[in-house]
Design a binder for this molecule. Structure first.
Ligand SMILES: O=P(O)(O)OC[C@H]1O[C@H](O[C@H]2O[C@H](CO)[C@@H](O)[C@H](O)[C@H]2O)[C@H](O)[C@@H](O)[C@@H]1O
Ligand SMILES: O=c1ccn([C@@H]2O[C@H](COP(=O)(O)OP(=O)(O)O)[C@@H](O)[C@H]2O)c(=O)[nH]1
Length: 735
């Protein structure tokens, strides 16, 4: 295994320029600590923006910066002020951030900043490419770098690339409003593994991939022609030990060792021993719902006036992205709201809100977490929200109540907290009331469960899980590649073909020889295909069979004049040497009367779907329907039909966007075996793309060269990527 290259907008260290010198201080943030196990020693490098623009870096310090960063295993990507403006303040934080947090009205769609985003993503990708060697693993982080995976893949198709999104992935209805939606998805699909905090974000992403790119998705795998991409959820944890141990140390501090903030908090507790401290910590970001929280606090004070002078709300708002106008407006709004609420409710001895607009050092964070009876974290949308987890980790005696927004990713794992909808003031005010009055025993019960979980699934585990999954994906790909019909393997197959005395080729039609079309009748053969089949048919000592689920009328029209051998309707009919079709299997079709009305009712309720009526089977096609809705209906139909046909000798075939009901004793495996039995063939070849072809792959003799078109799970010995390759391979037989 090679080295690991981690790449994110921000580096895990912060540069500090002082007295003409430069130093790099490790960041305390969750990502930086979490990646420690992945980013250690000489076998990893972390690439990111230093936080300073080219213009801000004094020329003579530049080499020293590189050296200071190198000491922390980091390397920087240089960005000019203009680039930071378009890429970071622009497309990342004025387009993607609001859009992905459901603030559609704040999203600006500026072509100029999109162009800068692309160019800067290319810079990050180039920085990776400069360092990447065979067997390296690349882990790309977050929404600022969504195009990087594909940019790296384009130059290094062999390399293993993971991508993790730290913010929500919005529902399709929101995502589709982005003018560059396809480019963003294609950028992400350069990765082998794409990770999200929650299953919901994963599901939204897959839905956009299906609907916008029309790609095939099976469970959480996305099938491309030449690769399978895995999508999964990995809820990020915290450095649990760091927080719980800091809290234990904090308890031991004597008064003189305590911080100034802690002493102030102690004074408050002493002067009002029965008053509760409520804590709110976030970056000053509209997604965090700070203004709404203030309004809800006012609502609470009005609804439960008995708590005036009995609660104090501490708001720590960390300055963030202050070059973006929405953040400036929010600052003003929060300042004004706090001023007004404090003005309206303060008494001689009580100010309801303490407000800090700054970032505090780690020890002050611990002061705040350990001193607060309640943590009130109610973002309107939040990818995860680590503060919620950190608060619980510091509660060494297991007391304390967490009021958490349902809209935070962490709510999925923190069910024991009081979960609220931040837009519901009545519910929120009641939750504050409940938190204030919650018996200590109940607090302990809830926090015991939460702590167990947070300790177990900590940030190190998160990072390791992601890395293991990425490595597994690489192995899975390697195993798959081992089945690819490479040139070398094809030559061996062709040798056997040439040496053989009597050969048989079974060729599926749709998805193998011809591309799918939304209207199946329009997927007819082109001139190139006729020429290829003519050439194969002219080969001596070689039988060629088209083996299809199509109806005999269509194949009569397309191929009978050519005198090709054909098996259609999965094996009900056969035509040899241009003779009319005759029945290969004796099957009934009286069951159709019972099934047809059911299918018709599904057609009525599923726009775009239609019934194809064959002589001995009925097929419900849903290629033209909305993909998610079509799949949903297909599952529903499957359930309905399964119970209906329980006593008949019928089976359901789930093909590619088609569900077919037909007699159980008809399938391509049985049909091909019957014609194979008519001669003494010493070379047999079968190729197909879908589930119905698996019958051939399973039932034909072991020595058959079976080939799957595409990368889905298969019983075939080999796979090839697409129709273009199928035709190339068949041309080699015909040469
Ligand atoms: O780099 P900034 O623009 O100053 O912003 C700080 C970070 O904010 C975002 O954090 C997200 O990641 C957290 C950890 O996964 C998650 O808990 C939180 O819900 C997210 O909002 C952003 O994703 C990072 O890239 C920023 O560095
Ligand atoms: O003054 C502060 C306040 C918060 N934090 C840290 O900032 C992170 C905030 O992460 P979260 O997931 O809650 O939200 P984000 O800001 O990433 O959207 C947490 O690890 C906090 O400990 C900090 O370092 N200094």
């Amino acid at each position: 295994m090679g080295k690991t290259i981690i790449i994110s907008n921000r580096l895990p260290v912060q540069l500090q320029i002082s007295n003409g010198g430069i130093s790099a201080i490790p960041s305390v943030g969750g990502l930086a600590t979490g990646m420690k196990s992945v980013h250690s020693g000489s076998d990893s490098v972390w690439i990111g923006w230093s936080g300073l623009t080219d213009e801000e870096i004094p020329k003579k310090l530049a080499p020293k910066i590189d050296q200071a960063l190198a000491e922390h295993g980091s390397a920087k990507v240089n960005l000019t002020a203009k680039e930071v403006d378009g890429f970071y303040y622009g497309f990342s934080n004025r387009t993607i951030w609001p859009l992905f947090h459901y603030f559609l009205e704040y999203s600006e769609f500026e072509l100029e900043s999109w162009n800068v985003y692309k160019a800067v993503n290319q810079k990050f990708a180039d920085a990776i490419l400069e360092k990447a060697e065979d067997d390296d693993i690349v882990w790309v982080h977050d929404y600022q770098l969504m195009l990087v995976p594909q940019m790296v893949r384009a130059k290094r198709p062999d390399i293993s690339i993971g991508f993790f999104l730290h913010i929500p992935f919005p529902s399709f209805e929101i995502f589709r409003t982005l003018p560059w939606r396809e480019e963003v998805l294609e950028g992400l699909l350069g990765a082998d593994l794409i990770g999200f905090h929650t299953y919901d974000y994963e599901r939204h992403f897959l839905s956009s991939v299906r609907r916008l790119l029309g790609l095939e998705v099976s469970f959480n795998d996305i099938y491309l022609n030449d690769r399978i991409i895995k999508v999964d959820s990995f809820p990020m944890g915290i450095d649990y030990k760091k927080f719980s141990e800091a809290a234990k140390e904090h308890e031991k501090n004597t008064t003189s060792q305590q911080t100034e903030l802690q002493q102030r908090l102690n004074n408050h507790k002493r002067s009002t021993p029965d008053a509760k401290l409520i804590l709110s910590i976030d970056r000053l970001d509209y997604s965090k719902g700070i203004a709404k929280r203030l309004n809800a606090f006012e609502y609470f004070l009005n609804k439960f006036p008995q708590y005036k002078e009995k609660v104090r709300l501490i708001i720590l708002a960390v300055p963030s992205r202050s070059n973006v106008p929405q953040y400036q407006l929010l600052k003003k709004e929060v300042d004004e709201l706090i001023g007004r609420i404090n003005g309206d409710f303060s008494t001689v001895s009580w100010t309801p809100i303490w407000y800090f607009y700054r970032s505090v050092p780690f020890e002050n964070l611990i002061d705040l977490y350990t001193s607060s009876d309640i943590a009130w974290l109610t973002p309107l949308r939040d990818g995860m929200n680590l503060v919620a987890k950190e608060y619980i980790a510091t509660r060494t005696d297991k007391t304390g109540v967490l009021i958490l927004s349902e809209m935070a990713g962490s709510a999925n794992e923190m069910n024991e907290s009081l979960l609220v909808n931040p837009n519901n003031f009545e519910q929120t005010a009641n939750a504050i009331y409940e938190a204030i009055n919650m018996p200590i025993e109940e607090q302990k019960e809830r926090n015991t469960e939460l702590q167990k979980r947070l300790e177990r699934y900590n940030v190190e585990r998160w990072a390791n899980d992601f890395m293991s999954s990425l490595k597994e994906q690489k192995e899975r790909d390697a195993a798959n590649i081992s089945k690819r019909l490479t040139e070398h393997r094809l030559s061996a197959v062709l040798d056997d073909f040439k040496k053989a005395k009597k050969r048989m080729l079974f060729l599926d039609y749709d998805g193998t020889l011809s591309k799918f079309h939304v209207d199946p009748q329009k997927a007819g053969p082109d001139e190139e295909l006729y020429a290829l089949l003519d050439a194969l048919n002219a080969l001596k000592d070689t039988e060629v069979y088209l083996v299809s689920g199509r109806d005999k009328e269509t194949f009569t029209k397309w191929f009978l004049p050519k005198k090709y051998n054909m098996i259609v309707e999965h094996g009900v009919w056969i035509s040899q040497n241009g003779e009319d079709f005759r029945m290969l299997e004796n099957v009934k079709n009286d069951w159709m009367e019972k099934i047809r009305p059911v299918l018709e009712s599904f057609v009525d309720r599923t726009p775009g779907s239609f019934i194809e009526e064959k002589n001995y089977s009925l097929a419900w096609h849903y290629r033209k329907t909305d993909p998610d809705f079509g799949n949903l209906r297909a599952n529903e139909l499957n359930t309905v039909l399964t119970s209906l046909i329980a006593n008949d000798d019928l089976s359901i075939l789930n093909g590619n966007k088609v569900m077919e009901i037909k007699s159980s004793n008809v399938n391509k495996g049985r049909a091909t075996m019957r014609v194979l039995g008519e001669g003494d063939y010493d070379f047999v070849f079968a190729i197909g793309d879908d589930w119905t072809d698996e019958f051939m792959f399973q039932e034909l003799p072991e020595r058959t060269v079976t080939v799957k078109v595409g990368r889905q799970k298969t019983h075939a010995k080999y796979f090839i990527d697409d129709i273009k390759y199928v035709r190339n391979v068949l041309k080699r037989f015909a040469e």
